[in-house]
Design a protein around this ligand. Structure first.
Ligand code: DGL
Length: 258
């Protein structure tokens, strides 16, 4: 039985959507989550900057003696996971837009993807798109969605307006799947559902990442068994938005600069 924690990082609060899936599937695991909100959004940064920040986050978590790191950020995964895996020995789990299940199940042969600029412009993402030539993939950058979420403005008129601008052209082009390619976006699902006709399915990668995390821990005999877990969250910006999205009373939230 391993009491070492699972480490997770994201550019901010969004990766908590992944953390929730992991905590649901692996409720005994200690977790340490790093929200680099002071540097959000990563999606507007270049590859070198994203690699640098991802390394800094990894080193923070390694100092806390974590057993595995979940890169709970599509932008960091698609731009930096190769470099992280070659530099550090610890197992990494990444998160990428779930193009495959959408492409395999689409009946209209047309799917939409909403992701950050950093993800859409990455090599890993274009390779994934290239390998699904059987479907038409409509790519849309979610400009300004992450800053609004980071600032606690999910319910704002501005958010709804932006989402309508991004999603309406996809609806017109007859998508039947919308892939959420950013770990912040699951928090927008209620608004997105309100905009999309009900036959369009929304897919994100949270559950798949949680299953993969469990598999890797099992393979390495690193699973925790019955214990009351410690759920620690570090943020380098105010904790109010993190706290409200987490909605987990037992979470310990620590504000510090890093
Ligand atoms: N949550 C992140 C993602 O999954 C990054 C968003 C950002 O900082 O731009 O892409």
């Amino acid at each position: 039985m391993s009491t070492q924690a699972i480490g997770l990082f994201d550019s901010g609060v969004g990766g908590t959507s992944i953390w929730k899936e992991i905590h649901k599937l692996l409720p005994y695991e200690n977790t340490i989550y790093l929200a680099d909100s002071a540097n959000a959004p990563y999606g507007q940064k270049n590859k070198e900057e994203i690699i640098h920040l991802s390394e800094k986050n990894t080193e923070f978590l390694l100092e806390k003696n974590v057993k595995l790191i979940v890169v709970a950020c599509n932008t960091a995964t698609t731009n930096a996971i190769k470099e992280l895996r070659s530099k550090y020995e610890i197992p990494f789990i990444g998160i990428e837009p779930a193009i495959k299940p959408a492409a395999l199940n689409s009946r209209t042969q047309t799917i939409g993807i909403l992701a950050t600029k950093g993800t859409i412009n990455s090599e890993l993402f274009s390779k994934a798109v290239q390998s699904h030539k059987n479907v038409k993939i409509i790519e849309q950058i979610g400009h300004n969605l992450v800053p609004l979420i980071e600032n606690g403005m999910i319910e704002s008129a501005e958010m709804r307006e932006l989402l309508e601008i991004y999603l309406n052209p996809m609806i017109e082009q007859n998508i039947d799947y919308l892939v959420l390619g950013c770990s912040h976006y699951p928090y927008l699902i209620p608004i997105i559902e309100d905009i999309l006709p009900s036959h369009i399915k929304i897919i994100d990668s949270g559950e798949a990442v949680a299953r993969q995390t469990k598999t890797i821990l099992e393979q390495n005999q690193l699973l925790a068994t019955a214990q009351k877990p410690q759920l620690t969250f570090y943020t380098n910006k105010g904790s109010a938005v993190l706290k409200s999205l987490l909605n987990t009373p037992e979470a310990i939230i620590i504000e510090q600069s890093f």
